[in-house]
Design a protein around this ligand. Structure first.
Ligand SMILES: CC(C)(COP(=O)(O)OP(=O)(O)OC[C@H]1O[C@@H](n2cnc3c(N)ncnc32)[C@H](O)[C@@H]1OP(=O)(O)O)[C@@H](O)C(=O)NCCC(=O)NCCS
Length: 182
């Protein structure tokens, strides 16, 4: 596996990256990228100047996964999006993409990576409940009910820093996470 920049000229990989967004998010985030066209817009946004877009490919050039990031504060970058081929998940590709991204943002002087990971489909104990008014006890007691990626990010060294209650409708929060990388 090799991880390198995804460039505008690589139309074949861009098409694969869009298809992977649709496939990878369809089951648990059905509203994220429902069509290839919508996903293609996301890929091209990830390729804009000033952002980072990195692709993991096998020896034949097939896309295994990809990751993007953009600066949000002067020393902080937001990880978005990240996806790995469904049949190759839990093989270390996601962790390798995050580690590579950490190197990339560190080289640009950043000290923090942040991200938001939605729960729209009851994957965690934060879904389907009213998180107001005492949000923090809910966060402190979070349980992963169905393979939500917050556990993956914890394995990569991120911590939960908060939530956006009802981000995607009542009882559908966005889980906010961060990691010091500098
Ligand atoms: C989340 C995702 C990127 C993880 O990539 P991956 O290649 O499967 O993850 P890795 O194999 O590198 O896993 C690293 C560790 O996290 C754990 N892990 C990975 N996905 C997990 C999940 N969904 N739930 C719990 N633990 C998970 C692995 O078991 C491994 O644990 P270890 O430290 O004991 O070895 C991948 O599952 C994916 O593309 N999912 C669909 C899209 C998605 O959820 N994107 C993120 C949205 S914010």
């Amino acid at each position: 596996m090799q991880i390198s920049d995804l460039g505008h000229e690589d139309r074949h990989t861009i098409e694969q990256a869009a298809a992977l967004l649709v496939e990878g998010f369809r089951a648990d985030w059905p509203e994220a990228w429902p069509t290839h066209e919508v996903a293609l817009v996301e890929v091209y946004e990830a390729l804009e100047d000033g952002k980072i877009c990195r692709a993991a490919r096998d020896d034949d050039g097939m896309l295994l996964g990809w990751i993007g990031a953009q600066p949000t504060y002067s020393l902080v970058w937001e990880l978005h999006p990240l996806v790995v081929q469904p049949n190759l998940q839990r093989c270390g590709i996601g962790r390798a993409l995050v580690a590579d991204l950490e190197t990339q943002v560190r080289q640009r002087g950043a000290h923090t990576l942040v991200l938001g990971s939605d729960d729209e489909t009851g994957m965690t104990s934060l879904s389907g409940v009213d998180l107001y008014p005492d949000v923090w006890p809910h966060i402190a007691a979070i349980q992963n009910l169905r393979g939500h990626p917050f556990t993956f990010y914890q394995r990569c060294g991120f911590v939960i820093t908060g939530v956006v209650p009802d981000a995607n409708g009542f009882g559908k929060p966005d889980i906010l996470m961060a990691k010091r990388v500098g």
